[in-house]
Ligand binder design. Sequence first.
Ligand code: IPE
Ligand code: MG
Length: 223
Amino acid sequence: MDGNGRWAQSRGLPRIKGHEQGSQAVGECVEGCLESGVEFLTLYAFSSENWKRPAAEIQGLMLLLERFLEQKTRQMIDKGIRLRAIGRLDELPAPCRDRLERSIAATAAGSRLTLTLALSYSGRAEIVDAVRAIVREARATPALTEDQITPELIGAHLYTHDLPDPDLLIRTSGELRLSNFLLWQLSYTEIHVTPKFWPDFTRADLADALADYARRHRRFGGV
Ligand code: IPE
Ligand code: MG
């Protein structure tokens, strides 16, 4: 969800206004997914690298997340949305993490759309955490041998162990990079880049991205 800051700057507004507008765009995108039958949506909301931002902006973002969850949890339950989160969630401020955990628990029965928020997330950290978990298991289970280290085993230790690999990556604000997002899982994902800043991203833009995706021929390295 990139471009909140530039959206605000282009209007002479403080960056936080862009983040506020960006959180509105989340609702729009979720509605679009429900309409189109998309079953999994993962939003890169806050990266490990984002901790480098000024403290006031980080505080603003965390408050916005709390407010978003307070306001939307009831609707998520009603619409059949199951909330999840990936990342080093223990690094989030306690009130934020508590709110997140309550919303995750409250929406656990949702079966129409799994909405995953990547928070304090980095793809490399996720792989590091997976390797650490495998090493811990190998120590506890000496029967685990090196030929048992497979892509499936690694995948099963990622934060996304219960999510399918993404079919489509949508990158807003025209940037052409992955920025440490789902590095393992994006191996064969189709990429759609739009110049629009995230706060301007509408369900019509989502529909365009899905139509673009539908025109791709996925070969997964085959012919
Ligand atoms: C994305 O917008 C939102 C977060 C990273 C939380 P940015 O804040 O990165 O916006 P730009 O890239 O400065 O425009
Ligand atoms: Mg950015």
